[in-house]
Design a protein around this ligand. Structure first.
Ligand SMILES: Cc1cc2nc3c(=O)[nH]c(=O)nc-3n(C[C@H](O)[C@H](O)[C@H](O)COP(=O)(O)OP(=O)(O)OC[C@H]3O[C@@H](n4cnc5c(N)ncnc54)[C@H](O)[C@@H]3O)c2cc1C
Length: 309
């Protein structure tokens, strides 16, 4: 892991910097590269535009590691409202949540209760509830929650991180559930005994795991989602899906709002199913620092936005 990436991920944990960044106008301006706005309405309007191009959306309200259970209840209620908005506006949208945003640090039972309610709502509104994957200390609990709930509510997906050395076993363990898996490379700072330190090892694992998921998809045992902006990787996977005989729609490509937009459009035009994850809300600091760490060149974008004009 590069020093720049390490520094940015370490800075992501600073409450002091979070307070500074989220109240300064230059950083508010810089974050707009990755989100249409802080209000849910901004996200819904952006999603309506994407849907005109045939792109779906995944909505996520930023915030994690909540410290009060009433905040988690408010997050749950917000997402219940969001599911209604998705249905009323006819947007092809999903919702993606972080377990710690639903109180996992405070009470597993409360978090499970909230997830249950949201999963039932996703089921009744004919959409999908996604569970994001946070740092490695949460993986066991997140997988258990997914296993318990997916058996009852089939319309649930989970993010799985290719950089974790445990992931091949985790994917094998989930297969009997016919899982919906968003495979991502992984965004957190992890020690080398837990996650690959070299990017090329993560990339290799990503391709290998993706092919396994496509093979399962060919048998109807998995819905693989490739959550990556690595365009050569996506192109290789699209070619491999064709070879294996997995049709468009039996796998999907998901990317973040504001990143590789021209490629998202091209892939859609070529017939792929493409969805764009739109983040919103005011608690964007930690999430934004992870985006900067993924591509330290983005820091220059921040510096530029501090300059007048
Ligand atoms: C839909 C979606 C959901 C995600 N959910 C999770 C999750 O639940 N848990 C988790 O740990 N991680 C999640 N991630 C983040 C993921 O783990 C990676 O950190 C992130 O996607 C960067 O890796 P990459 O696969 O895009 O490939 P990389 O190999 O890192 O990047 C490939 C290329 O993409 C472009 N790119 C990548 N990141 C950026 C950026 N920030 N800004 C500008 N260009 C960029 C660059 O051109 C880069 O060369 C998610 C990502 C996506 C797309």
């Amino acid at each position: 892991m590069s020093i720049g990436r390490k520094l940015l991920l370490a800075a992501a944990k600073s409450e002091f910097l979070a307070k500074q960044a989220t109240t300064r106008s230059f950083s508010k301006k810089a974050v707009k590269k990755f989100m249409p706005g802080e209000a849910p309405e901004d996200a819904l309007n952006a999603a309506a535009e994407l849907s005109r191009e045939g792109r779906g959306t995944i909505f996520t309200k930023l915030g994690e590691n909540l410290t009060r259970l009433d905040e988690a209840e408010a997050v749950r209620d917000h997402y219940m409202w969001m599911f209604d908005q998705i249905r009323e506006r006819g947007i092809p949208g999903h919702v993606s949540v972080k377990p710690t945003q639903l109180g996992l640090d405070l009470s597993r039972d409360a978090c499970e209760g909230h997830l249950r309610k949201l999963a039932a709502k996703a089921e009744s509104t004919n959409t999908i509830l996604w569970i994001d994957m946070e740092d490695s200390s949460y993986v066991d609990r997140t997988l258990q929650l997914y296993e318990e709930l997916k058996a009852v509510y089939p319309s649930m997906g989970i993010a799985i991180q290719a950089y974790l050395k445990r992931t091949p076993n985790d994917i094998a363990r989930l297969m009997p559930l016919k899982p919906i898996i968003r495979l991502v490379k992984g965004a957190y700072m992890e020690p080398p005994h837990i996650a690959f330190a070299a990017k090329r090892d993560t990339d290799f694992a990503y391709f290998d795991l993706s092919v396994r998921m496509l093979e399962a998809a060919a048998k109807g045992d998995c819905l693989p989602i490739f959550g990556t902006h690595d365009i050569p990787m996506v192109d290789r996977l699209v070619a491999r899906a064709k070879e294996i005989g997995v049709a468009d729609g039996k796998y999907e490509i998901h990317m973040l709002y504001g990143i590789r937009d021209a490629d998202q459009r091209r892939l859609r035009t070529e017939g792929r199913v493409v969805k764009t994850l739109i983040s919103y809300g005011s608690s964007w600091y930690k999430w934004y620092m992870r985006r900067l760490a993924e591509r330290p060149a983005n820091v220059w974008f921040v510096v530029r936005s501090m300059l007048p004009g």
